[in-house]
Design a protein around this ligand. Structure first.
Ligand SMILES: NC(=O)c1ccc[n+]([C@@H]2O[C@H](COP(=O)([O-])OP(=O)(O)OC[C@H]3O[C@@H](n4cnc5c(N)ncnc54)[C@H](OP(=O)(O)O)[C@@H]3O)[C@@H](O)[C@H]2O)c1
Length: 321
């Protein structure tokens, strides 16, 4: 089958090691099921995989991709939940120390077919296209959990999102504004800031800008480049929720501000199967649909990865399979 995969990662030149070609048909073990992929979305995680982050040599070659929507063996339309918990684990799978995302331990979704545990398949709402549904399991689910599960923030409060055009950033703006939060963003170009306003952001600022007032919460996925600004932008008692560190994991912690102004620093990662279903219901109820930047055939995977690497994003990059 056709797949996008990595055999020999490169920390410095990830695009050069992206392969698009034939991989063996996957076989579903007992309790797993085969999904025929119709659409698969790209995440920054896939760039980290090309760089070799979290992928030891013995797992190579690895088909990339965490997110997919398609059909199951009975032809039913399904969405794939990307978090695979260990056998016997019960409860919140994001707290399972042995969990993995598709494409970390098990082959990923950027392929004609993917095998997943039966519990990782959830029905796709008819109202969502395959491309929209494929955009949800990583970026959108992460945004949902950051804002509605982990932050403790309430509608009417002001939330700054660092980044404007990426998958997690656009999801945060769209979900937060639909739920009645006052969403502010930072974006690296005028074009990105204007696009964020069109998605529902109330105000958009240049990175590092002094804000008109301090905010109740900050949603962080950028890391080193924005962390200091995030901490300085918070009201006393505010909360920063972090899910990623695209630009580096080792910013100055700004501990003086954290304790003096009694800030909370909260980690968040992915979401549960139940939260994925709640997210889909929220989209059905509100009519919100994931902002899709571009849909490309999987054979043009290089173009999609290049856009993300160069920061040429405007929402989700989706591959049709
Ligand atoms: N823990 C989890 O479960 C989880 C889940 C999903 C994602 N993540 C992490 O969250 C991060 C974002 O993922 P994504 O898929 O949304 O990525 P993406 O689509 O490539 O978006 C990258 C975002 O980073 C922003 N950014 C700001 N300053 C930047 C800089 N100097 N260099 C690069 N980017 C900068 C971009 O802002 P502009 O709009 O201004 O370009 C953009 O919004 C990644 O680190 C990813 O690993 C974690």
């Amino acid at each position: 089958m056709l797949a996008a995969f990595v055999s020999t990662p490169s920390p410095d030149d990830p695009l050069s090691v992206l392969e698009v070609g034939e991989r063996p048909e996957p076989e579903a073990p007992e309790g797993w099921t085969t999904v025929t992929v119709k659409a698969a979305a790209l995440n920054h995680h896939d760039l980290f995989s090309l760089r070799g982050v979290g992928l030891p040599a013995e797992r190579m070659p690895m088909v990339l991709g965490c997110d997919a929507a398609g059909t199951d063996a009975d032809g039913k339309e399904v969405v794939v939940h990307a978090v695979v918990s260990s056998p016997g684990w019960t409860g919140d799978e994001t707290l399972d120390p042995k969990r993995s995302l598709l494409s970390e331990r098990y082959q990923g979704t950027l392929a004609e077919r993917v095998v997943v545990p039966a519990r990782n398949v959830v029905p796709k709402p008819a109202a969502l296209s395959f491309a929209e549904a494929a955009s949800l399991p990583t970026a959108w689910l992460t945004a949902y959990r950051m804002l509605f599960v982990r932050s403790g923030l309430r509608p009417g409060q002001t939330v700054l999102v660092q980044g404007a055009s990426g998958g997690v950033a656009t999801a945060l703006v769209q979900l937060g504004s639909a739920a009645g939060y006052r969403m502010w963003v930072t974006g690296r170009s005028e074009e990105k800031r204007t696009a964020a306003l069109a998605l529902g952001a109330e105000q958009a600022f240049e990175p590092g800008a002094r804000l008109p007032e301090r905010v109740d919460g900050v949603m962080e996925s950028v890391g080193k480049a924005t962390w200091g600004h995030s901490i300085r932008s918070l009201k006393p008692g505010g909360v920063v929720v972090t899910c990623g560190a695209t630009t580096g994991f080792d910013p100055s912690a700004e501990l003086n501000r954290v304790f003096f102004t009694q800030l909370s620093v909260v980690g968040s990662t992915m979401g549960t199967r139940e939260e994925l279903q709640q997210l889909m219901r929220m989209l059905e109820v509100t009519g919100v649909r994931p902002q899709i930047d571009v849909e490309l055939p999987l054979t043009q995977a290089h173009e999609g990865f290049a856009r993300m690497l160069e920061g040429r994003t405007a929402g989700k990059i989706v591959f049709s399979v």
